[in-house]
Design a protein around this ligand. Structure first.
Ligand code: ADP
Ligand code: MG
Length: 239
């Protein structure tokens, strides 16, 4: 079981920027929740608060129903994939995926077993001995996902995982990443500014504007019955 509860979360930075403004949102067990909104609306900040990389100014975070703000990041069982995959260039694909297991002191045999499982699930089983420089953008992205899921996180956070790819490849990978995320079966919070990506990937979409949550619902709900003009414009709902 893995749920996230955001309760009246606000994040103000020292320079006065209010990046997240009184956001309350529940992510259900096993669902893919997409945070959608334009650049600067507070998506990454919210994700970083869930991961423990940032503390909110006020508000509470619940993981599996328990207050989690005092839990250090490494004990939250949360994995995060960033937009720049930050693979280790000197390590092979296998080495990159195994890296978190090595840090955790998992035995070498178990490392190779788990790496093989994850790589097979992501369709990169043939690439284990390659270096990142020998991979395509889409393949690198899978390696980054593999490295994130190999420790079997209870919660999977993805921050614009497709945004460093060109638009053609992004369109191609949209459906693919959606089925990969679904196959993982892990509770997922997926950040994007791309409405087509959001509508493809999401079980539910949470729409943000300037730190404020505007609307939450299934793609059909937010597309068909947008709460505000802003939501309608963002999703391209016909008038
Ligand atoms: P998004 O991911 O939706 O593009 P962010 O969460 O990165 O948005 O940023 C939200 C707002 O907070 C932006 O105005 C950004 O400039 C600001 N911001 C982010 N991080 C910091 C920081 N460390 N200090 C000051 N302002 C920040
Ligand atoms: Mg961001």
């Amino acid at each position: 079981m893995s749920t996230v509860g955001l309760q009246k979360i606000t994040k103000a930075f020292p320079d006065g920027t209010v990046a997240v403004d009184n956001v309350s949102l529940d992510v259900r067990d096993g669902e893919v929740m997409v945070l959608l909104g334009p650049s600067g609306c507070g998506k990454s900040t919210l994700l970083r608060i869930i991961a423990g990389l940032e503390d909110p100014t006020t508000g509470q975070l619940l993981l599996d129903g328990e207050p989690a703000l005092d839990i250090p990041p490494r004990d939250r069982h949360v994995a995060m994939v960033f937009q720049d995959y930050a693979l280790y260039p000197q390590l092979t694909v296998a080495g990159n995926i195994a890296f978190p297991l090595r840090l955790a002191g998992v035995s070498v045999e178990e490392q190779s077993e788990r790496v093989a499982d994850v790589a097979a699930a992501l369709g990169i089983g043939e690439l284990l001995n390659r270096k990142p420089s020998q991979l395509s953008g889409g393949q690198r992205q899978r390696v980054a996902m593999g490295r994130a899921i190999v420790r079997r996180p209870r919660l999977f956070l993805m921050d614009e995982p497709l945004s460093s790819l060109d638009s053609g490849l992004r369109a191609e990978l949209r459906a693919e990443i959606s089925s990969m995320v679904r196959d993982l079966g892990a509770t997922t919070v997926y950040v994007t500014h791309d409405q087509a990506e959001a509508l493809t990937v999401a079980d539910r979409i949470a729409i943000m504007r300037r730190g404020v949550l505007q609307d939450v619902g299934t793609p059909a709900e937010v597309y068909g019955r947008p709460a505000t003009m802003y939501v309608a414009a963002l999703l391209g709902t016909p008038k």
